[in-house]
Design a protein around this ligand. Structure first.
Ligand code: PAF
Length: 286
């Protein structure tokens, strides 16, 4: 396994693979790797010849008051895990080589970046779209792998790829969960024992909402109300950014339940912001 830190060297290495007709599978990450990330690596290995994982805590996707400085970092642990998965290359650039002095260009996806997480974290998706565009230009993947836990991110990235004519296939893989249902996330490391126990309310709330929908309820406002009540009953929940039923492509809040839906939640448990979602399809006879 090779570690590359310089974008130009990564580009030259990828050019060489492309010339030799090797398919590149790419897993972009911010490190502090868990089974969710490793499931992406394993899927990438099944479908490509060369596996490249990037580890880069991207400062421009964090707001000023957010957790960029305390975001978990575990370079040694990450290296070991990726070595075990027989990854070919870790691309681990410095901030100064990704955003050198004079950097002026950003990628902004309108509308869908402004809803849900984007409404609470205004420049977050601009930071994600920009770094993903740069990483794709540097790594030159045939396929890139993202987890469904960050569903809105996957829709934003797909939009970038479509709008900017990028030749990359985006593969969205299922959310990997702890035994009790909590979606795996590097930020789970922030939770103390009682917060960790309380955090299962997020998945429970999503499952209960989907069961109510399957039982025939068509009023999305009612589902939203039940979701909020369920979350607020848990004393460890210190705030709800959003919880409800959304169109899975526009992220507009729905009033009536029909077709493909996104049930999504973003809450704070203490100081820790956690998100989760499930996609469901409901066919109503009209
Ligand atoms: O999902 C993440 O870890 C990040 O948003 C990503 C895609 C690596 C961009 O920094």
């Amino acid at each position: 396994m090779e570690i590359i830190r310089i974008p130009r060297i990564m580009q030259d290495t990828s050019d060489d693979y492309v010339l030799r007709g090797r398919k590149i599978g790419f897993v972009p990450t911010m490190g502090a790797l868990h089974e969710g990330h490793l499931s992406l690596v394993r899927r990438a290995k099944q479908e490509n010849d060369i596996i490249i994982v990037s580890i880069f805590v991207n400062p421009i996707q964090f707001g000023h008051s957010e957790d960029f400085y305390k975001y978990p970092r575990d370079i040694e642990g990450d290296n070991e895990k990726l070595q075990r998965e027989e990854v070919d290359i870790i691309f681990m650039p410095e901030i100064s080589s990704m955003y050198p002095e004079g950097f002026l260009t950003h990628v902004k996806v309108e509308k869908i970046s402004e809803r849900l997480c984007g409404a609470i974290r205004p420049d977050h998706f601009k930071g994600v779209a920009t770094v993903v565009t740069k990483l794709f230009n540097i790594v030159k993947p045939d396929r890139a792998y993202f987890g469904q836990k960050d569903y809105q991110q996957t829709v934003v990235v797909n939009q970038v790829v479509k709008d900017l004519d990028m030749d990359v296939e985006i593969i969205v893989c299922p959310t990997i969960r702890e035994r009790d249902g909590l979606a795996m996330s590097s930020r789970n490391a922030y939770l103390d024992k009682s917060q960790r126990e309380a955090s299962i309310v997020i998945y429970k709330c999503l499952i209960e909402a989907s069961e109510l929908i399957k039982s025939g309820i068509i009023d999305a406002g009612y589902i939203k109300k039940i979701m909020h009540e369920r979350l607020l009953k848990e004393p460890a929940v210190s705030g709800i950014d959003y919880a409800g039923v959304y169109d899975h492509t526009t992220f507009n809040e729905l009033s009536e339940i029909n077709g493909d839906l996104l049930l999504a939640v973003a809450v704070k448990i203490g100081e820790t912001r956690l998100i989760d979602n499930i996609l469901i399809n409901v066919k109503r006879k009209r």
